[in-house]
Design a protein around this ligand. Sequence first.
Ligand code: HEC
Ligand code: HEC
Length: 394
Amino acid sequence: MRFVVFAGVLMMAACGGKKPAPADVVAAEDGADKPAEDAAAKAEDAAAKAEDAAAKAEDAAAKAEDAAAKAEDAAAGDAATTGDAAAAAGDAAAGPSAEVLARGEYIAGVAGCALCHTAFGPKGPALDKMWAGGLEIPEAFGTWRSPNITQDKKTGIGGWSDEEIIAAVRQGKRPDGSQMYPIMPYPFYNAMSDGDAKALVAYLRTIPAIENAVAGNTDLKLPKMEVPPAKGAEPGDDPVKRGEYLAALAHCAVCHTPMGPEGMDMSKFMAGGSPMEIPAFGEGALHPPNLTPHPETGIGTWTDAEITTALREMKKKDGSPILGPMAMYQMGWAKISDQDIAAIIAYLRSLPPIENAVPKSTFKPHGPPPDAPPPGDADAGAAPGGDDKADAAP
Ligand code: HEC
Ligand code: HEC
């Protein structure tokens, strides 16, 4: 497949209007909880003296800073030190709960991590090497490949601390401080809440290590892009806000917004993407349709059920299959909860209707479609243990 439009993420700092948060918020938070609780407990013990409690709160703040400094030290240290620090942090927290792991798996599914971080063979994704990287996609700006994000210490991210993985996901920063290319959709994942980011990392920790060295991307003619530290806020229960959040994690706009000379053309946000060609898999072009509620050129007349079927079953209004890269997301999106599907629909319906007629796709796959997982295998990649539940979303 040919994700030509992934360069579109270049303009996506504008998407959702996320405000920057202080740089140390994420690093400090983990360390801050415990001492703060201690201080609170001690304050209760001392049981009267407000002054005493205040002093201890200051103490807790100092400890939190200390913890943040240690986290930074760990980030600067070698992989082994960092791994130990992560292991120690894990012990202290007594391991994540089943709900947290299910949430992490769910977020990974919405965000489509596995489909990009798994090599693609003639028969589809390499299911025996899920998460081990090596997907190679030729684009106009060069051929990019995805890294191994299994827990292997040498060739994967097993040696990275939780904070380092979260910085990679939400800011595209590696532990050595280098910036990633925005093919990794970190400008969208920047919206990920702290709770979901931690759950995602807890889930990634359960992915078995696979040793698979993948060469890095060095010579792409694509600018790297810095994004502000993530705000980390929870989307809340308002369906439109929640839907906006989920659509950011699912990065719908990457494909469904056209590219202009400077990146995404935000005046046509979600009003239909630039055409995609995938010569390796088929002839013709895919035209990502207009998703705004415009009645003639968008999906304004679609029913909720029709949009749900598009997202979960990858079928258009007329029942024909949605072809190309979007179909790859089905393994995660088939499991999006009813509430979250309703939120995505509410968000799509809240977009300003934009008149923009998108031509029908002319894409014809060579042979059977390589994009859809074989029947019955839709779950194969989602959980290494194969124990995933359809409605796992908390
Ligand atoms: C559209 C494809 C795509 C999706 C979706 C995607 N990634 Fe990536 N990811 C990449 C590419 C490509 C790189 C390498 C970027 C570079 O070399 O600058 C990368 C880099 C990374 C890295 C850094 C690894 C290293 O060794 O440098 C981590 C960690 C990572 N991704 C985790 C994730 C997680 C977790 C998700 C889901 C929340 C995800 N990715 C979703 C394509 C993707
Ligand atoms: C990787 C690119 C990509 C991503 C990400 C993506 N789509 Fe699509 N989508 C497409 C393409 C390409 C088509 C057209 C496929 C075809 O013509 O066979 C499409 C088709 C659709 C359709 C059918 C519309 C019609 O008029 O037939 C809907 C609805 C849709 N997408 C919604 C979404 C939503 C909502 C998201 C995010 C949750 C999303 N897409 C994310 C590429 C993408």
